[in-house]
Design a protein around this ligand. Structure first.
Ligand code: COA
Length: 161
């Protein structure tokens, strides 16, 4: 579900709680920035927030940044007890759909070199490794793998079997 600004505000604490477990206070900083720089219907925002909920609770989120016809996945996280249920895959499907409809033809992301669950997720969705940023992350220091995916303008993005 793509959130508008009011919905982001309503879910703020829950999104931050899901993100904090993996990214410390970086998620809270992103959300605060987005709320402060988004108009009500989201049309002028270059950062967007997608969530998956269970009942009324946020269990997964993805933050997407867009400039012209390129987007970057800034963060994606799924609550630990809800992982391996297809939530990240569903968020990626929704993002691909959003990008295609918005004329976005390329998606980038960075991922810790040792984050194999995430790298397997992106590989399954046919992101390709585009480079390495040495010592990009702190605490712990680690290389970032840069990945990218070209989006077709028609047809659904199907993961590899
Ligand atoms: C990476 C992450 C987002 C995956 O979320 P998820 O909802 O568990 O992933 P899904 O259930 O949609 O899995 C889709 C595919 O990703 C891969 N995958 C996901 N988690 C995996 C794991 N622990 N081990 C191996 N492959 C994994 C698999 O290919 C999987 O397909 P399959 O279930 O058919 O084998 C989740 O582990 C997470 O939140 N991690 C912490 C935050 C993070 O590292 N975010 C990414 C960096 S920004």
């Amino acid at each position: 579900m793509l959130l508008n600004r009011d919905e982001i505000s309503g879910y703020q604490a829950e999104i931050e709680a899901v993100g904090e477990a993996f990214f410390g206070d970086a998620t809270a900083s992103f959300i605060k920035y987005i709320i402060g720089n988004t108009n009500t219907n989201n049309s002028e925002s270059h950062r967007r927030v997608f969530v998956r909920t269970a009942g009324s609770r946020v269990v997964a989120f993805l933050i997407l940044s867009t400039v012209l016809d390129e987007s970057e996945i800034l963060q994606v996280a799924v609550k630990k007890e809800c992982q391996r249920c297809g939530l990240a895959a569903a968020l990626l499907d929704e993002v691909f759909d959003f990008c295609r409809k918005s004329g976005i033809s390329k998606i980038f992301l960075e991922v810790r070199e040792g984050n194999f669950p995430a790298r397997l997720l992106y590989k399954k969705f046919e992101f390709e490794e585009a480079g390495l940023r040495r010592d990009y992350y702190e605490n712990p220091r680690e290389n970032a793998v840069v990945m990218s995916k070209n989006l077709s303008v028609s047809g659904a993005e199907k993961p590899k079997k």
